[in-house]
Design a protein around this ligand. Structure first.
Ligand SMILES: Cc1ncc(COP(=O)(O)O)c(C=O)c1O
Length: 347
């Protein structure tokens, strides 16, 4: 995928993930759903502190951080942020401090949610914790990170802030532009009959990066994004704005992603971000019991649930094979232990 390599060449990147991640055929899951063949791109196995999609995004942020000689990295996210966990691990590996700002995004959580899962791992990596009371004020969360960065500068540090608000440059999405090239090569080399992809869509950096990478490489493969954070109407706008920003970053002379390329599905999001519903429970159980693969309640469980819902709705009736991008997140299973144990034992 020479074109993708050429587009990405100007951006500093460090290697953090174990790549390429494998694509596994998941015949038991397809049979259980009486659906088309399903392949799973194992981005849960990117290898950075238990893996996940954010390893690919961090390769670009920390590439820039290292080029700036940063000695501290700051990031904001939900209490059970996989991104924060992987940022802490990568920062340590590169000899940097890590400051994690945890936002209150999920109502009604218990003590296990606050102490276990990703939070436990953040502690192992010796991250410094900060808190932000709002879960849906992305610009405010970014501004507070900047204030913490200013305090670090006063102490003589050289911090690098990973901003995630929609008004910021989506540098991390380049990790999924690159992933598009990796996937297209695997499809070709392995002769896979993939004609549709499904991926979780939150900040949309993964979804948008993948779309831009595919289209820039000349692939028309459709991609369905499963909403894990906000409803479809808002997510559609998010993906559109993000793809435009990625195209601009890559200095493409014209947009390669059209509005018709953007498909988002929010049928498995309720009652909201980070909250479990019966479809997610079914998805976690089904993926575990057919393929021996873990999915979490916040991201991959919701996106597998979305895949199942779309298959049952006949969306892929004509499909030769679907590629589901598994974005990881399993550490959060332990944070949701109380609710999962209650629900899983009932069945
Ligand atoms: C495990 C996992 N899957 C999916 C996502 C969503 O990816 P994106 O924010 O790139 O849309 C996240 C985001 O935090 C995540 O941690």
């Amino acid at each position: 995928m020479n074109i993708i390599n050429k587009l990405l060449a100007p951006f500093p990147r460090i290697s953090l993930a174990h790549l390429p991640t494998p694509i596994d055929e998941s015949a038991n899951l397809s049979a259980a759903l009486n659906g088309p063949p399903i392949y799973i791109k194992r981005d849960d196995c990117t290898g950075l502190a238990l893996g996940g999609n954010k390893a690919r995004q961090l390769e670009y942020y920390l590439g820039e951080a290292r080029e700036n000689d940063a000695d501290a990295v700051l990031i904001t996210g939900a209490v059970q942020s996989n991104y924060a966990r992987m940022t802490a691990a990568a920062a340590r590996k590169l000899g940097m401090e890590c400051h994690i700002q945890l936002e209150e995004r999920v109502p009604g959580v218990d003590d296990t949610y606050r102490r276990s899962g990703n939070v436990l791992l953040d502690r192992i990596f010796g991250a410094s914790f900060h808190s932000y009371p709002e879960g849906e004020d992305e610009a405010g969360a970014d501004r507070q990170l900047e204030r913490i960065a200013d305090q670090l500068r006063e102490r003589g540090k050289n911090p690098y802030v990973i901003h995630l608000g929609p008004d910021r440059s989506p540098l991390g999405a380049l990790g999924y532009v690159r992933a598009a090239g990796e996937i297209l090569s695997q499809i070709e080399d392995q002769g896979l009959p993939i004609d549709h992809m499904v991926i979780a869509s939150g900040s949309s950096y993964s979804h948008s990066g993948l779309l831009v990478g595919l289209r820039a490489a000349g692939s028309r493969l459709p991609v369905s994004g499963i909403c894990v954070r906000r409803r479809a109407g808002l997510q559609q706008i998010r993906v559109k704005d993000c793809t435009r920003a990625v195209e601009a970053m890559l200095r493409l002379t014209r947009p390669v992603v059209t509005e018709d390329d953007i498909h988002v599905f929010d049928g498995t999001l309720a009652p909201g971000y980070g909250r479990i519903n019966p479809m997610v429970l079914e998805a976690i159980r089904l993926l575990g019991q057919t393929e021996g693969i873990l999915a979490d309640p916040v991201y991959s469980g919701k996106s597998v649930a979305g895949l199942i819902a779309l298959i049952r709705a006949g969306q892929f009736a004509e499909s030769k094979a679907i590629l589901f991008i598994h974005t990881g997140g399993a550490p959060a299973l332990f944070a949701y232990e109380t609710e999962l144990m209650r629900q899983l034992t009932v069945q």
